[in-house]
Design a protein. Sequence first.
Length: 210
Amino acid sequence: MRLRAIGAAVAAAAFAASLTFVLAGSVGAATVTIGQLGGSGSACAADVDFVQTGPTSLAVPSGNWTVSSWSTQAGQGVVGPSAGQLQLEMWRPTATPNAFMLVGISPVVTTTVSGVNTFTLASPIAVQGGDLLGLRNITHNYGCATQPTSGTIAGNLDPTAPTPGSTVTFTVIGSTAILNVTATLQSVTPPTPPTTTPAPVVAPVAAFTG
């Protein structure tokens, strides 16, 4: 009877083990930075939304990402060093030429008079491959781009900032400019489905009969 009880306990444990599973998958560790710093040769008007439409090397690479922080280099406008108020924008191309949907926009920030300013986003912006860098310039004459260089930007004058999900039609305003902004991206790896743990093989336990 004693061995029969032990055999029943082992079988119960094996059955319980067969019901356990393991969850896998997490946010990936890959980090990339897109964009370019520097505002020399360009002083931008206030209340303008910009999008960097080219080159493609400045767009979000393939995959799913979140924008965790962004940077700009202050003090390089053509009228001399000055602070600026800005917002990072991330835009997604639509099927309509020069029309882009706003994926996300940062809170308004104020830069120092000069130097590189980096801002961490309390709520990261989810983006995907092909999304484009953008910048909302609020301060007149802030050096929001570098010229002349190989890059294409489009702009739209609007005293009111766009909201995520809205679509804006832009006008191409420069084919030799790159916006004074970079964004740091964190890759996102989708979680893998649960996997079951195989139950161990349990040898049958013989019981004494006498």
